[in-house]
Design a protein around this ligand. Sequence first.
Ligand code: GLC
Length: 488
Amino acid sequence: MRQSIGALFSLSRDRWRMSPTRFCDRQRSARIAAVWWSWGTSRVAGTACGVLRERWGQTMVPQPAPTAGDTAWFVHDRFGLFIHWGLYALPARHEWVKQRERIRDEEYQPYFDHFEPDLYDPVAWARATKAAGMRYVVLTTKHHEGFCLWDSALTDYKAPNTPIGKDLLRPFVEAFRAEGLRVGFYHSLIDWHHPAFPVDGVHSQRDDEAFKAAHAGRDIARYREYLHGQVRELLTDYGPIDIIWFDFSYPDRTWGGKGRDDWGSEALLKLVRELQPGIIVNDRLDLPGSADILTPEQYQPRGWMERDGQPVVWEACQTLNGSWGYDRDNLDWKTPDLLVRLLIDSVAKGGNLLLNVGPNGRGEFEPRAAATLAAIGAWTRLHGRAIYGCTASDFTPPPDCRFTQHGNRLYLHLFAWPFRHVHLDGFAGRVAYAQLLSDASEIKLRENDPHQQAQNTAMREVAGTLTLELPIVRPDVLVPVIEIFLKD
Ligand code: GLC
C-alpha cells in the first residue's frame, strides 16, 4: 500500500521533509501527508512533532512508533557518554587486544593481577560527564574479555579479586545518579574467558589447535545460564537502570557464529523487561523487531534511521580516537569541533550521540580525553537549547549547515562561516526574530526584493528568500548557531 502510493507520487525518502516552498502547495502537501499517514498507522503524534503538525498543518518529520522501553527521556536528552573500561586498559592497545593478538588466558592474567586503578573517582567522572553536556552514561559492566567490574556472585573474574579489591560499579552508579545523570549498562554477550563459551571464529584462541581440541566439548547452555544470571544481578542489585546495551550477535559472520539461540535472547529480553520495565534495550540481541533503539557504530547515518521502512529511535556511537578502550599510542584523535558536528548531525537526523571515553589503568580520563570533554562542554553550555528536546526539522538547510528544531525555534548550525550572508530560500515572511545563540545578539533579517538584479554593490535576489546578516568575525565557538524564531 505504502509502496504503491509512494510510487504513484514518486515519493522518495528525501521528501519526508518538505521545503518551505512546498508548504504553499496545499494540494501537493495534502497528497504527501496522505502518504505519510498511510505509512504507519500506529505512529502517534506527540512531542515537538505533534506541536509542529498542529502549528503548520503538516510535518514530514518522522515519528517512530512507540516500543516497550521508555525512550521519551532519551530522545529529549540526546547526548550520552559511553565508557569502555576493563583489564584492556593495561595493555592499552584497544579493547580487542586479547582477540587481535590471540592472547591466551595465562598470558592475559598479568593484567588481572596488576589491575589497580587507585585514582578511580567516579564522582569526578560524573562531574566531567555532566560538564560536557551529556545527560546519560553507559558503562561496560563486562566486555568481550569477560572481566566484570562488579562483585558478581557467579565468577571470580571480577574487580574485587584484583589489587583494587572492590566493586567498581556500585560507586559509579551512585555518583552518576547523584549528578542527575541516567545510567545504562553495556554488557557483552561474548566472553573470551568463560570456560563454557565455545571457541569460535571470533574467539581469542581461535587458531590454537591444541586448545580447540581440548575444549571442543564446551556447552553454550552453561554459558547462557551464566549470562542470564549476571544480567539478573545487574538489573536487580543496582536500582533503576535506564539502558541495557548488549553487544553483540554475529550469527552469519564466521564459523561458530552466535545469535539469538545461543544467547537465549527471547528469554533474556523477557527477564530484562520483567526486572526493569521501561528500560531501553538496544538492537544487538539478534531479535528483529525487539529493540528500542538502533545503534550505528562509528559512522553517521545518511538520514533518520529506519527498520523495515519505519523510522526508529537511534543513537550513533562514536569514539574519540577509533578505539573504545584506552589506547595509549593511537593518534587518530577527533577534534572537539568534529565531535560537536557529529552531535549536531545526529540530532539533525533525529538521533542521539553516545560518545566514548576509555579511562586508563589508573582509573582516570587521560588528559586528551578530559580536555576534549571540557571543550565540548564549553559548546553545549551555550548551545544546549539547540540540542536537548530538539529533533530533525522539516526545513532543508543551506549548504554546510544543519537544522535542528524544537517547536517554533529553529536552529541553524553553521559548519562553515560564510561571508556576511546566509540565504534561506522560502523563509520570507516566516521568521519573527533571529539571534546568535552564543550571546543572544540580534541577527538582522532581510527580505529580498525579487526584482533586484545583480550590479556593483547589490546582489541578485530571489523571490521568497530571507537573508540573515552575519557579523564578519565568526563567533569564537566550535560551531556557531543561529536561533530562529518562526512565526506562528
Ligand atoms: C563493538 C565492539 C566493541 C565496542 C562496541 C561499541 O561491536 O566489539 O569493542 O564495544 O562495538 O559499539
